[in-house]
Design a protein around this ligand. Sequence first.
Ligand SMILES: *[C@@H]1O[C@H](CO)[C@@H](O)[C@H](O)[C@H]1NC(C)=O
Ligand SMILES: *[C@@H]1O[C@H](CO)[C@@H](O)[C@H](O)[C@H]1NC(C)=O
Ligand SMILES: *[C@@H]1O[C@H](CO)[C@@H](O)[C@H](O)[C@H]1NC(C)=O
Ligand SMILES: *[C@@H]1O[C@H](CO)[C@@H](O)[C@H](O)[C@H]1NC(C)=O
Length: 305
Amino acid sequence: MLVPLLLALFSSPLALAGEVILPSTLPNFAACVNEPLQFSCENTTAITNTCCSPTPGGLVLQTQFWDLRTGLESEGQLLPVDSWGIHGLWPDFCDGSFTQYCDLSRQFDPSPSPNTTNGLPNGTFIPPYTGPGVDTFILALGRLDLIDYMNKYWINQGAPNKDFWAHEFSKHATCTSTFDVKCFNNDKEHQDVINFFDAVIRAFSKFPTFDFLAVAGILPSNTTTYTLAQLQNAVKAQTGAIPYFGCTDRGTQLDEVWHFNHVLGTEQYGHFKPVDSTTPSTCNPTGIKYLERAPGSEREVRVIP
Ligand SMILES: *[C@@H]1O[C@H](CO)[C@@H](O)[C@H](O)[C@H]1NC(C)=O
Ligand SMILES: *[C@@H]1O[C@H](CO)[C@@H](O)[C@H](O)[C@H]1NC(C)=O
Ligand SMILES: *[C@@H]1O[C@H](CO)[C@@H](O)[C@H](O)[C@H]1NC(C)=O
Ligand SMILES: *[C@@H]1O[C@H](CO)[C@@H](O)[C@H](O)[C@H]1NC(C)=O
C-alpha cells in the first residue's frame, strides 16, 4: 500500500504543476534559491548572481512626492486624497552615489533628464523616446489592475502619467541589477518593465507617509508649521529609520520624502529594512509648511468601509 501512496503523493503535484499559470511578468529567479541570503550593502561575501540581490545599487530608495497640483486637472489627472504620490524606486550605491540610464536599449523616456547618461557608456546622449507609451506595454499584458493603481497613486506633473512611469523605468530600473534583462525568461515583451512597476507599488505600500505623519498628529495645514524633528520622529517611530525630507521655497515647503532601505533578497520580493538617509534634508529645522491641496486637485481613490 505504501508504494502506490507515495507515487500518488509525488505524482499529483507534478500533474498540478503543469496546469499552474504563472503571471507573464515573473522574473526567472529559480537560481536565487541556492544563493546565500544577505542584506544588500551588508554582504560579507561577493554577490555572484546579481539577479538575486540589487548590486552595486543596494541602497534602495522608495521615493514619494507631496504635490499640490498636477497641471492637468482639467483632463482628470488628480492626486490621491490623504496620500502622498509615488515617485519611484531608486538603486543608490551603498555610499549614496548613483548611476542613471544604464541600458539605452530600454530607453522609453520621452524627455530624458539629464539628457546624457552616467551609466555605461558614460556621457552618451540619450535620444527622447517617441514610440508607444509604456501604458500600452501594461495593457498588452492584460494588467488593468496595475494601470488602475498606477493612475491613482503615480501621478505626473505637467505631462501624462505614462511619461513619468517610463522615465522612472529607463532612468532607474535599468541601473538595478534585479531588473536586468538576463533575469527574465523574455518570453513576453516588456515583462521587465511591468515587473518593475509591480515592485514599485509593492514597495510604496510599505511606506504610507501620509499615515505615518497623520498618526503623529501631522496633517496638511495652511495655517500650522512643523519642525523637521517632528517629521523625522513621526516616520522613525514607525520604520525605525530617518528618511530624507525635501522642501522647496528655500526650505519652507515640504514636498518630498525618500525612504532608504537595505534589501534581503531581490528588490521585487525581498524584505526591505529601512536605514537612515545618506542625504541631508533640504528642509529648514523649523517653520516647515505641509500645505493642503486645493480640493479640485485631488480625488478619493480609497475603498472607504
Ligand atoms: C558585496 O557584493 C559585491 C558584489 O558582488 C562585492 O563587490 C563586494 O565586495 C561584496 N562585499 C563584501 C564585503 O564581500
Ligand atoms: C541637453 O541638456 C542640456 C542641459 O539641460 C541642454 O542645454 C542641451 O540643449 C540638451 N541637448 C539636447 C541635444 O537636447
Ligand atoms: C561620468 O563622467 C563624468 C564627467 O566626466 C564624471 O564626473 C563621472 O564621475 C562619471 N561617472 C561614472 C559613473 O563613471
Ligand atoms: C493651501 O495653500 C496652497 C498654496 O497656497 C493652495 O494652493 C491651496 O489651495 C490651499 N488649500 C486650501 C484647502 O486652502
